[in-house]
Design a protein around this ligand. Sequence first.
Ligand code: ADP
Length: 381
Amino acid sequence: MALRESEARFRTFVDHATDMFMLHDDDGRVLDVNRNACESLGYRRDELIGVTALFFDLEMDEASWRINRERLKAGDIATLESHYRRKDGSVFPVEVRMREFCEGGQRQIISLSRDITERKRTAEIFREMQAELTRANRAAAMGQVTASVTHELSQPITAMLCNAEAALNWLGSLSPNVERAQRALASIVADAKRGGEIIGWIRSLIKRTPARKESIDVNVAIQDVITIARSELFKRSVLLQTDLAPGLPLVEGYRVQLQQVILNLILNAIEAMDCLDEGRRELRISTAADDSNGVVVAVRDNGPGFDAAMVDRLFEPFYTTKPDGIGMGLSICHSIIEAHGGRLWAGANEPRGAVFQFNLRPEQGDPRRDQQCGGAQSNWS
Ligand code: ADP
């Protein structure tokens, strides 16, 4: 009697739970469900009992299945994310927690599933906001740099134009005045030098940063950037492949700056592949140790690539082939990598597309750095 009462109490409790409770036998057949499971899936209780995988819409790979089964067998809680299909065919994401136990010599599995539609939506919104912020930051930073460069350079350029016209006039007149033409040309040289200094100053501004240098695991830094870029990659149907070498030496530097470089290269690659059909856009990010036991990072795409004759111009400020491009991205990346003692270079990807690579020195004192240095030739230039 007491047992029946406690069972009834348990049933009421389980029926009022906001999660879906299910009891399965060892083969996954449903033995019992609570009210929430019926309501969430749109089935009657008797339609669910005795069936296997009626509402499962699994996307789990073999390895995850095996790991979860092993956990269950070991008496641990297995947690997985999956999708359930309602009777009306609609699908929703769930988080499932399962535990195996023995009842009268029979193995049974109790599962508790929670609808995580809202959580997923919030995470997606958060990712989009992050991407938006990254884009906005990038645009704002570019906008600021452009405004200051434009302002600072307009004066010497105007002066050069005036002096060039004056020199032409002095030389082109019936009685050319070589001396005055020379003076005008000397002014042009001085203004050009000033323009060069302004660009140098802006470069140093970009390099200067109040942040602290830190030890960076390049692979982790890349993974963080990928998290930020993931929704953009998904939206633009870009397939990402990573090939991150384990056991790389740590590098010393400014994490955010290096992440900006990686993000910029990824965004450039995504933009370059916009002209390809969906399903053919492939981005590959790899890391490796180089000859000097530093780290090389490569970002490859299979877009149209670039004209080999233009390879050096890519890193010049304001060089762009995009209708709405600013042409500062690669130039800033170049300065950042140089300030870290490394080199950024571009080449053709095989069989098509572009590859942008940079190398970074190993951190001084990193125990992993001396392992394979030997007499290897240094790549730092
Ligand atoms: P922006 O992209 O704003 O034009 P960047 O400095 O980022 O400026 O790039 C300069 C130019 O380099 C681009 O306009 C483009 O012509 C070329 N470029 C950059 N990345 C790639 C790439 N992955 N594939 C082909 N060309 C590229």
